[in-house]
Design a protein around this ligand. Structure first.
Ligand code: KIV
Ligand code: ZN
Length: 511
């Protein structure tokens, strides 16, 4: 049997640190449920000391997800560690992840601590964490720019104090593969008690080498890899989970190790994370991009038709890409629709949800001839992530043209009352957003807005994404329609509903 590589997913923690991404409890739970199906070994659910919202989200993940270790991040501070423990203590397999920076740069300018103080803090805080929780991971932040002799001493101290996993972060993505591989080997050779801990790696992608660095570390003895779905994370992101997993699987001849990931769930996981975070996956992204298995040139198509292996090193099925041969349209009944939902992996929807999605499917089938799997998946995700629709878009009307100022009139229904407002704007979408803001009585800053087509053809669904900021929090929401102004209006109203939902949840927790 080959060695197992533990997959530590940090989509919900480092991934949430992606600029303009913010996940609420519902978002984190739905991603965590999918990570459970993907069979990751570890889920880093968040940083409980950062906010009450994150504390509650980590607690919910710890209580509802079974199988993987559930990890909470903590600085090397008693309060952080206590808060991390409070959030995860009901998990089947809890783990606290304690970190402190060890590079001269970070110790001097960020921590304002002497190396010997950092060393002592490591021992004290890892021992404290171990007194609460059976499993501890320790990270010397900015490890790859730390003086090696000092790093070895810190790691030895952490293991003596009870760390079961020691992580070597390339925090700023500065390493190159050969250098990082050698660094991991040096840790193995120079930390006297290293055999008592698992070596983990955590690489950032500032120079585009996070996956290559992680794999070089595996070749040199690392047995846990920290990564995030779609490579999300701080700045340029973390190593992409799907790329690491498929590299280890496809090149098992080279790595001589394996993961326990259910690779057929990779595409679904990637799409879900993209939907929830509003972070699009580029078409040419390895493994999960829409072009990852598309062959454009005639020579390639010919080759693949004769023998797949000519241009495909992994099969689309192995990452969960399936093409259905039966096309659904307006004559399809509920039975065929439910069957397709099951084939797409949505077998746990209740009857009420199925009815709602089926209604939307019928509306869509009236507007376009064939309803694709992508269309159906978008309808399902839109429904699953819907918060209660307190604001309801009753109608909108726009007047626009290249020689006139765009104006929009909208009517929203809220708590049984109808409110109509009109506004001018820089184009029909801007005018509509402004009118909705007025009608809802909620002022926001629009941080991001984009529209993409789901599937192909002139009757393709438009999926609008808006990211708005309210009270320093980002709310990401989507809207679907074959008309792009309507899709945009729906997305904006959904964002208003999310803000309203969050505020009423906050009020409820105060009383
Ligand atoms: O990049 C980093 O160093 C981190 C640590 C908290 C592990 O995210
Ligand atoms: Zn990181």
């Amino acid at each position: 049997m080959t060695d197992k590589i533990y997959v530590f997913d940090t989509t919900l923690r480092d991934g949430e640190q992606t600029p303009k991404v913010s996940l609420n409890m519902k978002d984190k739970l739905s991603i965590a449920r999918q990570l459970e199906k993907l069979n990751v070994d570890v889920i880093e659910a968040g940083f409980p000391a950062a906010s009450n919202g994150d504390f509650e989200a980590v607690r919910a993940v710890a209580e509802q997800i079974h199988g993987p270790h559930i990890v909470a991040l903590a600085r090397a501070l008693k309060n952080d560690i206590q808060s991390a423990w409070n959030a995860i203590k009901n998990a089947e397999k809890p783990r606290i992840h304690v970190f402190i920076a060890t590079s001269d740069l970070h110790m001097k300018y960020k921590l304002k601590m002497e190396p010997e103080e950092v060393l002592k803090k490591t021992t004290d805080m890892v021992s404290y964490a171990k007194s609460l929780c059976p499993s501890i991971e320790f990270s010397p932040e900015d490890a790859t720019r730390t003086r090696p002799e000092f790093l070895y001493r810190v790691l030895e101290a952490a293991i003596d104090a009870g760390a079961d996993v020691v992580n070597i972060p390339d925090t700023v993505g500065y390493s190159t593969p050969s250098q990082y591989g050698a660094f991991i080997k040096a840790v193995k050779d120079n930390v006297p008690n290293i055999d008592k801990a698992v070596i983990s790696v955590h690489c950032h992608d500032d120079l585009g080498m996070a996956v290559a660095n992680s794999l070089a570390a595996v070749e040199n003895g690392a047995r846990q890899v920290e990564c995030a779905v779609n490579g999300l994370g701080e700045r340029a992101g973390n190593a992409a989970l799907e790329e690491i997993v498929m590299a280890i699987k496809t090149r098992s001849d080279l790595f001589n190790c394996h993961t326990d990931i259910v690779t057929e769930e990779l595409t679904r996981t990637s799409k879900l994370v993209s939907h929830v975070t509003g972070m699009q996956v580029q078409g040419n992204k390895a493994v999960v991009g829409t072009n990852a298995f598309a062959h454009e040139s005639g020579i390639h198509q010919h080759g693949v038709l004769n023998c797949r292996e000519t241009y495909e090193i992994m099969t689309p099925e192995s990452v969960g890409l399936k093409k259905s041969s039966i096309v659904l349209g307006k004559h399809s009944g509920r039975h065929a629709f439910v069957k397709r939902l099951e084939e797409l992996g949505y077998s746990n929807l209740n009857d009420e949800k199925i009815n709602e999605i089926f209604e939307q499917f019928k509306d869509l089938a009236d507007k376009k001839k064939d309803v694709s799997d992508e269309d159906i998946e978008s309808l399902v995700k839109n429904e699953i992530f819907q918060v209660p629709e307190e604001f309801n878009l009753k109608y909108y009307q726009v007047s626009t043209g290249n020689t006139t100022v765009s104006t929009s009139t909208v009517r929203l229904e809220f708590e049984g009352k109808s409110v109509s407002e009109a506004s001018c704007g820089d184009g029909p979408v801007d005018a509509t957003f402004k009118a909705i803001e007025k009608a809802a009585g909620i002022k926001v800053k629009l941080n991001d807005y984009f529209i993409k087509s789901v599937g192909y053809g002139k009757d393709a669904l438009g999926e609008a994404t808006v990211k708005v900021e309210k009270d320093d929090k980002i709310f990401s929401a989507k809207g679907l329609s074959t008309d792009i102004v309507e899709a945009s209006a729906k997305a904006f109203v959904n964002a208003m509903n999310k803000i309203h939902y969050e505020n009423s949840a906050k009020r409820a927790s105060v009383y």
